[in-house]
Design a protein around this ligand. Structure first.
Ligand code: NAD
Length: 427
């Protein structure tokens, strides 16, 4: 990509200069030969084209540089839905047969968590490039083994962490790294919903297959399904991995036929004392989801695409008077003395991070980058490591809750990246 092309590309994304972008998000270098690769094809097989897999396919099918060669699934309705998106795809019931297909360069794995591990290892063994949906694997050891396998393979490895390609998040982290908001004081990350996470089933024996998220054998629930996206914002912004985590998990509301927590709280601790809270309840949705980056001069809310400086201009005198009167009117001691005024009343409406509403959440760009990397056979810097740590931190938080104790990030799972530089595995 020439300088002019790149400028145009970044401008279209509503982001600032390319140098800054690559410093904050080096994986964007995947697009560096975008023009040069025109006319070339990434031949991709999809393993597990269920709900997420079909969503990913909807972008891949629109990319002129991608051919969806084959799909593999054990559930006929998923196969039928996937064929509606890619009618010419070959169909395999056994993913290992898809891996034997020499016409396939790369696979996208979008199966339930517990089967990722074997599929990723087998895919690297078969010489394929791999895109694996988050979280990478079911345990710290498995995740580490996957990373080692990727290093040995020399192949491309992406994880489905689309916030790394989301213009709102990129802009937010760029501004934090530039010191716009001063020093990071803490993170409040949360994802609250109000539903049982249960999908309708055509017959009872399919419950575990369809609702795998709710069963311990297949999933670690909230942490591997939701938190792994959000914890990443803390490490990306801090350029550091937290050392420790403590937490508590419970099943408080959706008690029927569920094995994973519906209510979790974790505290991740960085070595300088900064903390990242992670909270999720599945029975109250008012606060929704956000990753609030709290700094001494301002706060950023990337999901809302907003930032707020600490100091806001004082209200004009007239407004101040109205506020005072209202407070007095509703207060317990009208005019006579201090009335109760909530300390949180805050008229700081903030500013938008981008000058337009972003078109997507980064998923389409993430997949475009994967296709580019498959064609050029070049792994973009640090994208595998970002995916790796997002999974490991989710798993460690889950383990801390299960064991009800504070856990330290184990040395044997540290990579040569961020604050673990020079430790363990060479990059
Ligand atoms: N990045 C994101 O924002 C995001 C969003 C949703 C889901 N996901 C991830 O995508 C993955 C899939 O989630 P989902 O909601 O699509 O689940 P799903 O149940 O809808 O789809 C999983 C598919 O895998 C198939 N499958 C199961 N075992 C298989 C096997 N042994 N061989 C072949 N196919 C098999 C199932 O039949 C199904 O079609 C999970 O890892 C999840 O965490 C990521």
């Amino acid at each position: 990509m020439t300088n002019i092309d790149r400028r145009q590309f970044l401008k279209n994304m509503g982001l600032i200069g390319g140098g800054v972008l690559l410093a904050t998000s080096p994986w964007f270098s995947a697009f560096s030969e975008q023009k040069h690769t025109t006319g070339q094809l990434a031949r991709i097989g999809i393993i597990g084209p269920g709900s997420r897999g079909q969503f990913l396919m909807s972008f891949l099918a629109q990319n002129p540089k991608v051919e969806i060669v084959a799909i593999a699934d054990i559930y006929q309705p998923s196969i039928d839905a996937a064929l509606a998106i890619a009618p010419n795809a070959k169909v395999y019931k056994d993913y290992r047969k898809l891996l034997d297909d020499k016409s396939i360069d790369a696979v996208v794995i979008a199966t339930p968590l517990d089967v990722h591990y074997q599929m990723v290892l087998d895919a690297f063994d078969a010489g394929k490039h791999v895109f694996c949906e988050k979280s990478i694997a079911y345990s710290l050891e498995e995740t580490h083994n996957v990373y080692q396998k990727y290093l040995q393979s020399g192949k491309v490895f992406f994880v489905g962490q689309q916030r790394l390609f989301d213009p709102r998040y990129i802009r937010a982290v760029e501004l934090v790294h530039a010191g716009t908001f001063g020093e990071i004081s803490g993170f409040r990350t949360f994802w609250h919903r109000n539903n049982d996470w249960r999908r309708p089933i055509p017959s009872p024996e399919l419950d575990e297959h369809i609702n795998w998220r709710l069963y311990k054998k297949h999933s670690k629930g909230i942490m591997t399904e939701l938190a792994c996206h959000q914890l990443q914002i803390g490490t990306w912004a801090m350029r550091q991995i937290p050392d420790k985590v403590m937490g508590h998990g419970a099943i408080t509301f959706w008690k029927e036929k569920r094995e994973v927590y519906d209510n979790v709280s974790c505290i991740y601790m960085f070595d300088n004392g900064v903390k990242m809270n992670y909270d999720s309840v599945l029975s109250s949705k008012f606060y929704g989801l956000e990753e609030q980056i709290m700094c001494n001069k301002g706060t950023v809310e990337p999901e809302k695409s907003k930032y707020y400086f600490e100091e806001i201009p004082p209200a004009p005198a007239f407004l101040q008077l109205v506020n005072d009167m209202e407070n007095a009117m509703f207060g317990s001691l009208p005019f006579a003395g201090t009335s109760w005024v909530p300390e949180t009343a805050n008229q700081n409406k903030g500013h938008y991070l981008l000058d337009h509403k972003p078109e997507g959440d980064g998923t389409s760009l993430l997949l475009e980058a994967f296709a580019e990397a498959v064609i050029t056979q070049k792994q973009p810097p640090l994208i595998a490591e970002e995916g790796y740590y997002a999974t490991q931190l989710s798993l460690l938080g889950h383990q801390a809750m299960e064991e009800e104790r504070t856990l330290v990030f184990p040395d044997q799972f540290k990579l040569n990246y961020l604050n673990h530089k020079a430790l363990s595995t060479p990059l």
